[in-house]
Design a protein around this ligand. Sequence first.
Ligand code: ADP
Ligand code: MG
Length: 269
Amino acid sequence: GAEFPAPTRTRVLTVSNQKGGVGKTTTAVNLAAALASEGLKVLVIDSDPQGNASTALNVPHGQGTPSVYDCLVDKTPLDQVIAECPDIPNLWVAPATIDLAGAEIELVSEDDRAYRLRDSLEAFLATQDTQFDYVFIDCPPSLGLLTLNAFVAAEEVLIPIQTEYYALEGLSQLMSNIDRIRDALNPKLHISTILLTMNDRRTNLSRQVAEEVRKYFKNETLRTTIPRSVRISEAPSFGQTVITYDRTNSGALAYRVAAKEIADRGTEK
Ligand code: ADP
Ligand code: MG
């Protein structure tokens, strides 16, 4: 198989789209699993109180488990909450518990509330003997304080777009938020990657939406698209990614190819 090049420094990608159900979590965990399976060192930060990424990566995330909540609210060092993914080597997870739902309100009067995740991640990465190659931050479907923290902690934004009728709705709002955060809080933030998900090549609609996205995000959109696949949606109920659940599945293959494309492109877009 072709080699996945390691980046020269840690790449931090925020997987974001304020629409729910577009494939953010699925994309974060499967790209992470694909890269880790190729020997790259990967961290997934679950920043959604639903904890779906923690579920798919099979790490404990019941209430009381040390989690991203503790990092944000109590400034617990990230290394005290990170768990090793039991099924995939080279993959670590900062889990989310339902407590995270309260973090936005608990932080509301803190001056440094937008910087908590960045500071925590920077301090953690600096202490690593072997460098992390990738960090994926899985965001909730909103543009609140959790997403803001993710945008401040990352350089790259990865937007999964479902190829369906309302796909582009809300994107201009997301983009103006990213612009505003870049200007005010994080000059390096940019949309590096767009991934078309749940694609159905057979329908004209999917094709039209894909075309429109590619026209608008010419350099950012990956050539690879993720097909609709029942196996992808089944995997989390077994505490797995589709990469480990059914590695010959078309969805697993597509995520591996997308991961390779991301690795090959480097931080250039
Ligand atoms: P988000 O994190 O944006 O809310 P999810 O990744 O949780 O979205 O995906 C929403 C639902 O769609 C989940 O049930 C997931 O398993 C399913 N799903 C995601 N991608 C695919 C796909 N390519 N094919 C089939 N089902 C998918
Ligand atoms: Mg999700």
